[in-house]
Design a protein around this ligand. Structure first.
Ligand code: CTP
Ligand code: MG
Length: 230
C-alpha cells in the first residue's frame, strides 16, 4: 500500500486574524505547516505529500519545505477558494500510485503519529473512508433563528471529527469529482457520495488551531512534549 497525503493549507485564517495565512503562523519556532508536515511524515507509511498552499505563497513554501529534511517527497501546488477546491487541486498532483490517501489540515499541527497510523491502517484493512473522532465535551443545543432552543442533542451519539481522514484513492477521487458537493470535511463529501465512513479514536492533541487561544493551547502541548511542563 502506497500512502499519499494532501495537506490543505490555503486558507486565510480569518478567525485567527493577524493578516497572514494561518498555515504560516508560528508555533514554537516553526510554522503550523512545518509542524503538520513533520507530524504526517513521522508515519513511516506516508511517502508522498502534496501541500495546497495560498496561491501567492507557493514559492516561499517550496523553499520552507526544502529545509525540512524529511524522507517523504513533498510537492506544493496552489490551493483554491474553498477547502474542497484545495483538496481537489492537491489530489490532482498526487501520484496515481497512491492507493491510500490521507487528508490532513495544516491547522492541526500536533496530530500524534498513532492517529496517523491508525487511520492509514484502517484504510489498508479495507475501509473506504476513515475519520478520527473524539467525544464532544459541551452540551449541544439545536437553536432556531429566533434564538430559541429547539432541543438538547443527545451528546452520547455525537463525535467531533478530526484529521487526517483516510480514504481509498478511488473513493476520494469519486467523491471529489462530483463538483456540486461541498462539505467542511472530506468524509462529509464521501458520505454524500453514498460510501460508508468508519470512525477510529482521535486524540485531543490533534486539536485544530482556529482562534488565537488555540495557539496558546498548542504551545502548551509542545512545551509538555519537550518535557518542560508536566
Ligand atoms: N483551507 C484550504 N483552502 C481554503 C480554505 C481552507 O486549504 N480555501 C485549509 C486551511 O488552510 C486549513 C484547513 O483547510 O489548514 C482547515 O480550514 P480552517 O481551519 O477553516 O482554516 P482557514 O480557512 O484558514 O481559517 P478561517 O476559516 O478562520 O478563515
Ligand atoms: Mg476556513
Amino acid at each position: 500500500m502506497t500512502v499519499g497525503c494532501i495537506i490543505p493549507a490555503a486558507g486565510r485564517g480569518e478567525r485567527m486574524g493577524g493578516g497572514q495565512p494561518k498555515a504560516l503562523r508560528t508555533l514554537a519556532g516553526a510554522t503550523l505547516l512545518e509542524h503538520a508536515v513533520r507530524a504526517m511524515a513521522a508515519s513511516r507509511k506516508v511517502t508522498e505529500i502534496v501541500i495546497a498552499a495560498p496561491p501567492d505563497q507557493v514559492t516561499s513554501i517550496v523553499s520552507l519545505m526544502s529545509s525540512l529534511r524529511i524522507d517523504a517527497r513533498i510537492d506544493v501546488v496552489a490551493g483554491g477558494d474553498t477547502r474542497t477546491d484545495s483538496v481537489r487541486l492537491g489530489l490532482a498532483a498526487l501520484p496515481s500510485t497512491c492507493t491510500t490517501i490521507l487528508v490532513h489540515d495544516a491547522a492541526r499541527p500536533l496530530v500524534p503519529v498513532d492517529v496517523v497510523d491508525r487511520v492509514a491502517a484502517a484504510v489498508g484493512d479495507g475501509a473506504p473512508a476513515v475519520v478520527p473522532v473524539v467525544p464532544i465535551v459541551d452540551t449541544v443545543k439545536q437553536v432556531d433563528e429566533a434564538g430559541q432552543v429547539v432541543r438538547t442533542v443527545d451528546r452520547s451519539e455525537l463525535r467531533a471529527a478530526q484529521t487526517p481522514q483516510g480514504f481509498s484513492a478511488e473513493v476520494l477521487r469519486n467523491a471529489l469529482s462530483t463538483a456540486s458537493l461541498e462539505a467542511t470535511d472530506d468524509a462529509g463529501l464521501v458520505e454524500q457520495a453514498g460510501h460508508p465512513v468508519l470512525v477510529v479514536p482521535g486524540d485531543e492533541e490533534a486539536m485544530k488551531v482556529t482562534r488565537p487561544l488555540d495557539l496558546l493551547v498548542a504551545e502548551a502541548i509542545v512545551r509538555r512534549r519537550s518535557g518542560r511542563v508536566h
